[in-house]
Write a protein that binds this ligand. Structure first.
Ligand code: SF4
Ligand code: SF4
Ligand code: SF4
Length: 335
């Protein structure tokens, strides 16, 4: 019986790895063949063979990541390093691009600010819905809040610096803070638009907003061991908290097995497993489905849910979608 479970586990890991490989490769191939601009970076340096080698390597990367993340006890570590790597790749390309190596830029010089709040403020200020908004909404439809656990170059820094044991107790005034910054960004962008503020001035305000986020990460998240920027400051995180329910994936606490021991509380950097969340049997609204907490529960009570699928199948489907998106973003996310 035990042998059968082990064999099935290994089979599932290989199936997942193969699925992520194929899905990532197909998506990147489509982008490569259908988009006129050279989106695959290696093509810009090594032509057509470079593009195919990069597609193969990125698909392989996705397969390896999902293979290891299939084991829930690897998730927190693998998520930290792969998400961190994504951020390093993104910012390295940006720094090289603005230092004169324009080949690294996607937009050939027309940069937008690498501040997540611009995903909300940008379209309001410009009165236009661009590619970024569509991409952002698509990821929420596909994988719910995974943007904030695997896909955002900025949140990875919050995750890296909020290390150590999270401080006990809920982040104070979290909801008031995040709703306030959200309102400030929405109305700030609208007022700047209506008052005819120049793009340069608006970019300075947006940049200032991003710098405050970095200071929050360095001085508050690091001290508290919780991702304070992502849970209490970033308006995109707030928006995702509320619209993520258009996606059917959920995380829940199994009432019949949970002993209310609260051990899992100290394994959530998103401040989503406070005692009241545990009593409610649902992680708080900040939950990004990251999965860091699963193995902290001695009773195996924290589970993924997708329609009527079993918790394991639900988790595997979520991993397949999320890691594939992460791999595709790794190849394409640059300004
Ligand atoms: S909350 Fe904001 S900074 Fe954090 S991961 Fe989400 S979008 Fe990025
Ligand atoms: S409750 Fe668990 S899955 Fe949700 S954010 Fe916290 S650690 Fe991640
Ligand atoms: S660790 Fe498990 S049993 Fe303990 S409170 Fe959390 S979900 Fe319940």
């Amino acid at each position: 019986m035990k042998n059968n479970i082990v064999k099935q586990n290994i089979r599932t890991k290989y199936i997942l790895a193969l699925s992520v490989f194929v899905f990532t490769a197909l998506n990147l191939t489509m982008v490569h063949l259908k988009v006129a601009k050279k989106m695959i970076l290696a093509e810009r340096f090594y032509g057509e063979p470079g593009a195919w080698i990069e597609i193969f390597l990125i698909a392989l990367y996705g397969a390896i990541v999902v293979y290891y993340m299939h084991n829930p006890s690897n998730v927190a570590k693998w998520r930290k390093y792969t998400w961190g790597l994504f951020s390093v790749v993104f910012f390295s390309q940006l720094i090289l691009g603005i230092s004169g190596f324009h080949t690294f830029l996607m937009t050939a010089g027309k940069l937008h600010l690498p501040v997540p709040a611009m995903i909300i403020g940008g379209p309001i200020f410009r009165y236009e819905i661009g590619f970024m908004t569509i991409l952002f909404l698509s990821t929420i439809i596909l994988s719910g809040p995974a943007w904030c656990s695997h896909l955002c170059y900025f949140g990875a820094l919050d995750n890296l610096l909020a290390k150590g044991k999270p401080e006990k107790g809920k982040i104070k005034h979290k909801t008031a803070l995040k709703v306030t910054t959200m309102v400030l960004v929405v109305f700030g962008a609208l007022i700047m638009r209506l008052s005819g503020t120049s793009y340069t001035a608006a970019a300075i305000v947006g940049g200032g907003f991003g710098i405050v986020g970095i200071l929050v990460i360095i001085f508050v998240s690091r001290k508290k061991g919780k991702m304070v920027n992502c849970t209490s400051y970033c308006p995109v995180g707030t928006l995702i908290n509320y619209i993520r329910f258009i996606n059917p994936f959920r995380m829940y606490i199994d009432e019949s097995s949970c002993t209310l021991c609260n051990v899992c509380t100290s394994h959530c950097k998103y401040d989503a497993l406070n005692p009241e969340d545990i009593i409610n049997k649902n992680p708080g609204i900040n939950c990004t489905l990251c999965g860091d907490c699963i193995t902290s529960c001695h009773a195996g009570s924290i589970k993924y849910k997708l329609f009527k699928f079993s918790p394991e199948t639900s988790r595997n489907i979520w991993l397949f979608i999320t890691v594939s998106l992460h791999a595709v973003f790794m190849a394409l996310a640059r300004l």
